[in-house]
Design a protein around this ligand. Structure first.
Ligand code: SAM
Length: 239
């Protein structure tokens, strides 16, 4: 079976319909990223089957939860482009912005996206807590997604200020999410969000359970958030 077929098949097993052209683009992205990864470390996953499951399919588990009318999606801490690049391939009508504090990684994914012709993407180099204070970006996105960046409390302070009122924040989490829920839930409420669902996603390996935390932005974020990163790290979230 070719890698293109493998990805379509894996999608089918996980309830995600991937057509041949979408699969071709994602596999091309993977191949180019793995070549670049030998020079600039972007991902520790280099085995193709593992990449398909843990990067491509895992990124797409949040697809069905994104509001159909979402036009602007921001991936905070995108790293090697996850979940942003697979979402951009699957949602050609939406504009996907990928943000990361590390410019080197962002340049790699930008170059690959340009090379393979993914057009509905933008790149923002910098820290989420700084963009969150900038009126040009604050409360400017329909949907914020983020995977493997920080615990739920910290992550919410980075992400929710950038979501529009009426928009969403979707956190892709590992199976240990429960430890983060108490503090995370309190912070989400103060930041103007409301948890509307916690969904588990079973990947191909049956023991690999990931969780998606769905948050609606129901109120504007108070102006004092986000705080500077040093403060976010050092001080507990003010209730
Ligand atoms: C572990 S990687 C995860 C990458 C990708 N989301 C994934 O799931 O494969 C975390 C990424 O978040 C970025 N990051 C961490 N804190 C950030 C912040 N405050 N603003 C923007 N990016 C941040 C890091 O530079 C890093 O690339």
């Amino acid at each position: 079976m070719s890698n293109i077929e493998k990805l379509m098949d894996a999608g089918k097993k996980c309830g995600i319909a991937i057509d041949e052209e979408q699969s071709r683009l994602m596999i091309l992205y993977m191949e180019k990223l793995l070549i670049m990864n030998e020079k600039i470390n972007v991902t520790r996953i280099t085995d193709v089957d593992e990449f398909i499951e843990k990067h491509l399919i895992d990124s797409l588990t949040c697809l069905k939860f994104i509001h159909r009318d979402a036009k602007s999606i921001l991936d905070i801490g995108t790293g090697g482009g996850f979940p942003g690049v697979p979402l951009a391939i699957m949602m050609p009508e939406a504009e996907i912005t990928m943000m990361d504090a590390t410019g080197k990684k962002l340049k790699v994914i930008e170059n690959i996206c340009r090379e393979i012709g993914i057009k509905n993407v933008e790149f923002l180099h910098g820290r989420a807590e700084e963009f969150g204070k900038d009126p040009a970006y604050r409360e400017g996105y329909d949907c914020i997604v983020s995977r493997a960046v920080a615990n739920l409390c910290l992550l919410s302070e980075l992400c929710l200020p950038l979501a529009k009122k009426g928009g969403q924040f979707i956190a892709l989490k590992g199976k240990n999410y429960l430890e983060e829920m108490d503090d995370g839930e309190k912070a989400i409420k103060v930041l103007g969000g409301k948890i509307t669902g916690i969904e588990s996603c079973l990947l191909l390996q049956r023991d690999l359970v990931h969780v998606i935390i769905l948050v609606d932005k129901v109120k504007n974020t108070p102006e004092r958030f986000p705080r500077a990163f040093g403060k976010i790290k050092r001080e507990p979230f003010p209730g």
